[in-house]
Write a protein that binds this ligand. Structure first.
Ligand SMILES: NC(=O)c1ccc[n+]([C@@H]2O[C@H](COP(=O)([O-])OP(=O)(O)OC[C@H]3O[C@@H](n4cnc5c(N)ncnc54)[C@H](OP(=O)(O)O)[C@@H]3O)[C@@H](O)[C@H]2O)c1
Ligand SMILES: Nc1nc(=O)c(N)c(NC[C@H](O)[C@H](O)[C@H](O)COP(=O)(O)O)[nH]1
Length: 226
């Protein structure tokens, strides 16, 4: 599976402010680019932290892109994926509307009533991992369901886990013209952090977009040597 991580950060590397509410960093050109990546993907993934903070739709909004997907014989919308070990996704979350298939990846530790509530709300609940969703197991379950190209939109906890597991192929970051600050504010890659065996990136492009900069990297070396 090809995994493309895309996010927007402030000039100081933050995904949002310390209150973790949704922060508009991208401008219209960047949001259109995000829409195009979604349209080229079989599924779009986030962590449950992003669902709780942003309540995103994760759908393609441009009608031509939706029509192109249909014309190619595929589903009009990519599937949506939530990494949600304990099945905390609210049953009224926008990702559970009927706009697209939604996979909620949970761990064995997820309470059965919560799993049932998510299934009743329309989610396809997949178990991957014991206490926490195991990224490689989760991605294998998605591959079994036809996901070859996965876009990951964040947040920082999920992005770190995917790098840690050596599962990221491409990273694009839009750096917006703002400073957010806050030692507790989410960054592009949070988690435990690396102290050695840092994932190595190869720069593919630098482009001005809106009032910011788009950086494109291929992931070359990964912690597990993948
Ligand atoms: N600017 C941007 O591009 C952008 C993009 C996305 C999000 N955001 C912002 O980022 C913030 C949310 O980021 P976040 O880091 O708090 O949340 P996140 O990465 O979206 O979700 C993290 C949660 O996912 C669950 N999870 C399940 N399996 C996991 C795994 N293998 N690895 C990591 N997490 C796993 C964990 O909770 P459980 O263990 O309980 O399941 C974890 O707490 C919000 O402020 C949002 O606005 C910004
Ligand atoms: N590219 C990008 N620029 C931003 O400034 C920002 N705040 C996000 N955040 C990513 C996160 O997943 C958001 O929740 C979705 O971008 C909202 O997606 P919808 O329009 O609801 O589908 N992403």
């Amino acid at each position: 599976m090809y995994v493309h991580v895309n996010a927007a950060t402030s000039a100081d590397g933050k995904l949002a402010s310390r209150d973790r509410s949704q922060l508009r960093i991208s401008g219209p050109e960047d949001f259109d680019r995000v829409d195009a990546i979604r349209a080229d993907s079989d599924a779009v993934a986030v962590g449950v932290g992003t669902v709780l903070a942003d309540d995103p739709s994760l759908t393609v909004t441009d009608e031509e892109r939706v029509a192109d997907r249909r014309a190619d014989g595929g589903s009009p919308q990519p599937a949506r994926v939530v990494f949600d070990s304990r099945a905390r996704t609210p049953t009224d979350a926008v990702v559970l509307d009927d706009a697209a298939t939604t996979y909620v990846l949970v761990a064995e530790a997820a309470p059965e009533p919560r799993r049932e509530a998510l299934a009743a709300a329309g989610a396809a609940v997949l178990v991957a991992g014991t206490e926490r969703v195991a990224p490689a197991t989760g991605l294998a379950a998605l591959a079994d369901r036809g996901v070859d190209r996965l876009m990951v939109e964040g947040g920082g906890e999920l992005i770190f886990s995917l790098f840690e597991a050596g599962l990221v192929d491409e990273l694009t970051v839009y750096v917006g013209a703002m400073v957010v600050g806050g030692r507790g504010a989410p960054t592009l890659a949070d988690g435990e952090g690396f102290v050695e065996a840092f994932p190595e990136l190869s720069l593919d492009g630098v482009e001005r977009l809106d009032d910011g900069v788009l950086l494109r990297w291929t992931v070359e070396g990964q912690p597990d040597g993948a």
